[in-house]
Design a protein around this ligand. Structure first.
Ligand SMILES: NC(=O)c1ccc[n+]([C@@H]2O[C@H](COP(=O)([O-])OP(=O)(O)OC[C@H]3O[C@@H](n4cnc5c(N)ncnc54)[C@H](OP(=O)(O)O)[C@@H]3O)[C@@H](O)[C@H]2O)c1
Length: 282
């Protein structure tokens, strides 16, 4: 997870699909001063998004095809929905202006490196799976190299995603599981937080206080896991006094099969993630 620093401030980076994730990456790169504003550019589908992002970030934003900045771009970040990736790659290729040494980084869930490489033979392709906490610089991203990727390409990708959180490198065969665990993971945690807050409201706490208590408890527990290096079961046992209220709550959760429900949810999400890049899926 240690990021090798490489100066790519002379490169140009274009984000195709400056939506939720694409905009987070643009803002992260700008905040980390990885490269000057003049070396960043974006593309979106609608005029409204173009005007909003151009005004917000003060970078050139293309709308429609082909983005006029293709020929001047060294690194492409593909941040469109998975079902749009192949169409975009085809258009990049047919523009005839793509630099032969351009690096393609895709965050599209379920879209395999082989699909991208077959659209752009010989190009360096990196697949990445970030998550929405990237919006506040607390993201998790796993990156996987394609067949033509060199160490300097990985160093660029690591720095791009390190600007919005933590980065790990894994083989692509793990990426559907990563999608199911950390890509979708924030939604599972929100559901758990909402449920715990509902319980707090049921026993009389105001909802706003409940959310604060629950979210700080989640944060603290996550920090305990990371900071102590202990197994979660050990940390759980440390909270659980004999005949106390924690064990009452834990056994109630076990009656509801909380462990297998969560584990099976990840398994099911992994299966779904594997099909995301296919035609007709989002
Ligand atoms: N959201 C997550 O939690 C998450 C996590 C990990 C990975 N991902 C992946 O990230 C990708 C983007 O997700 P998102 O949530 O950021 O989606 P999003 O907010 O809907 O953004 C998609 C962007 O793509 C733009 N777009 C659509 N067609 C385009 C085209 N032909 N040319 C240029 N831009 C085009 C849209 O433009 P307009 O704004 O003009 O419509 C929009 O800005 C997906 O592939 C997803 O699998 C998402």
């Amino acid at each position: 997870m240690d990021t090798e620093q490489v100066d790519f401030s002379d490169k140009t980076v274009g984000v195709i699909g400056a939506g939720v994730m694409g905009t987070a990456l643009l803002k992260g790169m700008l905040a980390a001063e990885l490269l000057p504003t003049k070396n960043l550019r974006a593309a979106v589908a609608t005029n409204g998004s173009r005007d909003r992002i151009a005004e917000d970030l003060e970078i050139p934003v293309a709308c429609g095809y082909p983005p006029e900045w293709i020929a001047d771009t060294d690194v492409f970040l593909l941040c469109v929905k998975p079902h749009r990736v192949v169409e975009i790659l085809d258009r990049l290729k047919s523009s005839g202006t793509l630099r032969p040494h351009a690096l393609i980084i895709s965050i599209a869930a379920g879209t395999k490196i082989a699909e991208i490489e077959s659209s752009l033979p010989g190009f360096a392709v990196i697949r990445a799976m970030p998550n929405t906490p990237c919006l506040i610089g607390a993201g998790v991203t796993v990156i996987s190299p394609g067949n033509h990727v060199k160490p300097e390409h990985m160093a660029i990708a690591e720095q791009v995603f390190a600007s919005v959180g933590k980065v790990w490198t894994l083989g692509e065969h793990h990426l559907d599981a990563v999608t199911a665990v950390s890509g979708s993971g924030p939604a599972y945690i929100y559901l758990m937080m909402e449920s715990l807050a509902d319980g707090a409201v049921k026993v009389g706490l105001p909802r706003d206080i409940a959310f604060q208590l629950v979210s700080q408890t989640m944060l603290g527990a996550a920090m305990m896991l990371q900071g102590t290096g202990k197994h979660p079961a050990t940390l759980k046992d440390e909270v659980t006094t004999p005949a106390g209220c924690t064990i009452s709550a834990l056994l109630t959760m076990e009656d509801g099969r909380i462990r297998s429900t969560l584990a099976r949810a990840v398994e099911e999400a992994t299966r779904t993630a594997a099909g995301l890049g296919r035609k007709g899926t989002h």
